[in-house]
Write a protein that binds this ligand. Structure first.
Ligand SMILES: Nc1nc2c(ncn2[C@@H]2O[C@H](COP(=O)(O)OP(=O)(O)O)[C@@H](O)[C@H]2O)c(=O)[nH]1
Ligand SMILES: [Mg+2]
Length: 385
């Protein structure tokens, strides 16, 4: 039995007085504490009349998200991790290696090491993993290649377990999630997917169109918000990003919203001006809530490979990063970067993107991820090993 929820939301970006401290933030349109005039500030007034029906209590609560998502536009239920990851270079490389029914010798271990490095696991982690296996092979711990594969699986899961740490938004209200990352990493689409999850969890939320760099980015978020009945705080493109996110936090607070997700421009970590802007977002938010943002979620495109490591270093320096989302692990991504990130930073990997669909953002699960990358067993490849 499905129950439905009808929602009517009126949003206008308010010009409420701001704390005196804000006056020092040069670019804020109403930093003198006066009521903001939309005509002067370029604030966009958004009137949402949402009558879209959002199913809240699906027939099978144990797979709530699946049911809701599958019911949308006749989508098929979401695909398994293995289906999504089997096309990756990592899965193909390892699958190919073990499918040859290899002998347990140095050549196999060398090939395995090359395979891990090629899949972007990183030289340090790959060598470490293979050296440990080499010692065990020398001690004749493995009866066959299947046993070696099982040991590899165990080690890979062990590497990722410490970063399997889901995002918990219950500690603050509003809980502010700031999305950061380079251009095209998948920030805005991830916001859509994430927001959908929160809606299914029955959490009230609001979005801030903090990517004021491109007009299309503001529209992308507004369109999504309108379609899903989620208020979006926006200003005309070219406005100050920190000011949009500041307004959004004020609005979210006054409306008792539980989660605020703020988009930001896809800045390159080499552009120091843009990085400074991120630091400013943090400073400005702290005037309303010293603990905000409560999560700085950095989105990383898995296809950027080892460059991802440098990106994280720069963003950590500029704003601090508390969690990662690794997108585009479907298709041809090498996937190994997830291990390299885990080893290098130990930052929680909150979600992974396994495709472009709304159902393809998954809470990171170390075991499911590794199982998706590795062949189930050698017999799965028609070998008797
Ligand atoms: N295949 C795939 N594509 C994705 C994934 N996440 C995002 N994308 C695509 O990446 C492109 C850039 O995404 P966008 O959200 O605009 O990036 P932004 O510049 O960081 O906001 C879009 O075409 C998305 O559909 C994913 O997990 N898998
Ligand atoms: Mg974007």
């Amino acid at each position: 039995m499905l129950k439905f929820w009808k929602k009517k939301v009126a949003i206008e970006t308010e010009g409420a007085p701001r704390p005196a401290a804000t006056a020092s933030e040069d670019a804020h349109p109403a930093s003198d504490g006066s009521a903001a005039d939309p005509a002067q500030t370029g604030l966009v007034s958004i009137e949402l009349d949402i009558t879209e029906e959002i199913p809240l209590e699906p027939a099978h609560p144990e797979s709530e998200l699946d049911v809701v998502l599958a019911s949308e536009a006749g989508r098929p239920a979401r695909r398994s991790w293995r289906e999504r990851l089997s096309g990756s270079g990592f899965a193909k490389g390892l699958g190919g290696l073990f499918a040859r029914n290899p002998k347990l010798d140095d050549d196999l271990l060398d090939e395995l090491e090359t395979c891990l490095i090629t899949a972007d696991v990183g030289v340090g982690a790959s060598t470490e993993i293979v050296d440990a296996l080499r010692k065990r092979v020398a001690r004749r711990e493995f009866a066959d290649a299947d046993a070696l594969l099982a040991a590899l699986r165990g080690r890979l899961v062990e590497l990722l377990k410490p970063v399997e740490n889901p995002l918990d938004v219950s500690g603050h209200k509003p809980f502010v999630v700031l999305m950061v990352g380079v251009n095209g990493a998948g920030k805005t689409t991830t916001i859509g997917k994430l927001a959908r999850r929160f809606l299914v969890d029955k959490r009230s939320l609001m979005l801030a169109a903090g990517d004021t760099f491109r007009a299309a980015a503001v529209e992308q978020l507004q369109t999504w918000g309108q379609r899903n009945g989620v208020p979006v705080i926006a200003q005309a493109s070219g406005a100050d990003s920190a000011s949009v996110i500041f307004d959004a936090l004020q609005a979210a607070r006054s409306r008792g919203v539980e989660v605020l997700i703020a988009d930001t421009a896809g800045r390159l970590h080499t552009q120091s001006g843009l990085m400074d802007e991120l630091s400013k977002v943090r400073r400005v938010l702290a005037k309303i809530d010293p603990a905000a943002p409560h999560e700085v979620l950095m989105v990383i495109d898995a296809t950027t490979g080892q460059n991802a490591i440098n990106q994280v270093k720069h963003f950590r320096q500029a704003i601090g990063v508390s969690g990662l989302v690794v997108t585009k692990l479907d298709g041809t991504a090498k996937g190994g970067v997830v291990f390299a990130l885990a080893r290098e930073f130990g930052l929680p990997i909150r979600y992974v993107g396994l495709g472009e669909g709304v159902e393809d953002l998954r809470v990171f699960d170390a075991q499911a991820f590794v199982d998706g990358l590795l062949p189930a067993s050698l017999s799965g490849f028609g070998n008797s090993a």
